[in-house]
Design a binder for this molecule. Structure first.
Ligand code: PLP
Length: 360
């Protein structure tokens, strides 16, 4: 491939920090870089506390565990998202209630309200997709009115704000992903943010729930092996140092696409009062997006259809759905375009030329 969708982009400090971890022999899921990484994320998004984990999915799973979600419970979740927003609900034996999107491409508050009235879920998992913010204030207000926990799946939206506040910090718990294709990466990882007391309980659950204060392994409950390693956290510390630069570049790439494709495509909106990172530039075409995808592939350029809505997945056939199925049209017409932060304007021009040729 000449151009990937969103490949890792190192700051240049990663190896130096890894070297430091090696010199101190902190090759373990403990060590000073873990604390530095957690502090840097918490400080950046202005969250009370943060916990570094092996994945964003682990963060969502821990959130449900912490809030006592189990079999017989229902959890409302964005329908237009990646499966990892939903699968932790199944890990807990609970039932997902799928909530469709509105013209913002994000969870529709009206559909959510109907689901809150009819299904009485115990929690809501709200995804902020493609680096853009959902109408999180309306959704939070609804959750408060109906006495439901709000968990934010901000896996794709680290650095995005709504009304000046970072996504991931509106709900009781929020999750960021540091997977290889995200704005920043630890080569696979996630961070859970929330109140100190919950994060301390999550820390225990993420390390097999060993009771403190005794020499032997004492367990009153079961946990998981979900911690990030100190080595991966060293990469994360170096990545957090360039977060502002990376956000500015993602937005620049989006602006180039917008300029060059203005007559050929329409783009994901940015809600008033929000500031998105444009983690991926996503566009809708009047032509079959798979035709464009194959043309790009011939030129060794990676692109991807928009998320296939959860209600269209064979896995989710039996789950309740609220909404207007607007996401079906997005899936039918949309593509994620290469958005790596090492790209320059010539790269974007090349992608747009191929698209232009394909559209005739
Ligand atoms: C919306 C969404 N939720 C959750 C995840 C899961 O994050 P991770 O891959 O770090 O487990 C991802 C990305 O991978 C995602 O895009």
């Amino acid at each position: 491939m000449r151009l990937f969708l969103s490949p890792p982009h190192m700051s240049g400090k990663e190896l130096e920090y890894i070297q430091e971890a090696f010199e101190n022999n902190y090759i373990a899921p403990v060590g000073p870089f873990l604390e530095r990484f957690e502090k840097s994320v918490a400080k950046f998004v202005q969250a009370p506390a943060a916990l570094a984990l092996c994945s964003g999915t682990a963060g969502l799973h821990l959130s449900l565990r912490l809030l006592g979600i189990g079999p017989k419970d229902k959890v409302a979740v964005s329908d237009f998202t990646f499966i990892a927003s939903l699968s932790p609900i199944l890990y807990q034996g609970a039932a997902p209630i799928l909530i469709g999107c509105d013209e913002s491409w994000q969870m529709d508050p009206n559909a959510l309200e109907e689901a809150l009235q009819k299904e009485r879920p115990k929690a809501v998992i709200l995804t902020h997709i493609y680096g853009q913010s959902a109408d999180v204030k309306s959704i939070k207000e609804l959750c408060e009115r109906y006495g439901v926990h709000l968990i934010e799946d901000a896996a794709e939206s680290l650095g995005t704000t709504f009304d000046g506040q970072y996504t991931g910090t509106f709900g009781i718990l929020g999750v960021y992903s540091f997977n290889g294709n995200k704005l920043l990466t630890t080569g696979g990882g996630g961070v859970l943010v929330g109140p100190k007391e919950l994060i301390e309980r999550a820390r225990s659950l993420a390390t097999q729930a060993r009771e403190p204060g005794v020499e032997w392994y004492e367990h009153k409950t079961y946990g998981y092996n979900y911690r990030l390693s100190n080595i991966a956290a060293a990469i994360g510390v170096a990545q957090m140092e360039v977060i502002e630069e990376r956000i500015a570049k993602k937005r620049q790439i989006f602006a180039w696409y917008q300029e060059l494709l203005s007559e050929k495509a329409s783009f994901m909106p940015e809600l008033p009062k929000s500031f998105g990172t444009r983690w991926l530039t996503t566009a809708l075409f009047e032509a079959d997006p798979l035709r464009i995808l194959h043309e790009l592939k011939k030129e060794k350029i990676e692109s991807r259809p928009l998320w296939k809505p959860m209600h269209m997945q064979p896995l989710c056939k039996e789950f309740a759905y609220f909404g207007q199925k607007k996401e079906e049209e997005l899936f039918a017409k949309g593509l994620c375009l290469p958005s790596g932060t090492a790209m320059n304007k010539e790269d974007v021009q090349m992608v747009c030329e191929v698209i232009g040729r394909c559209l005739g």
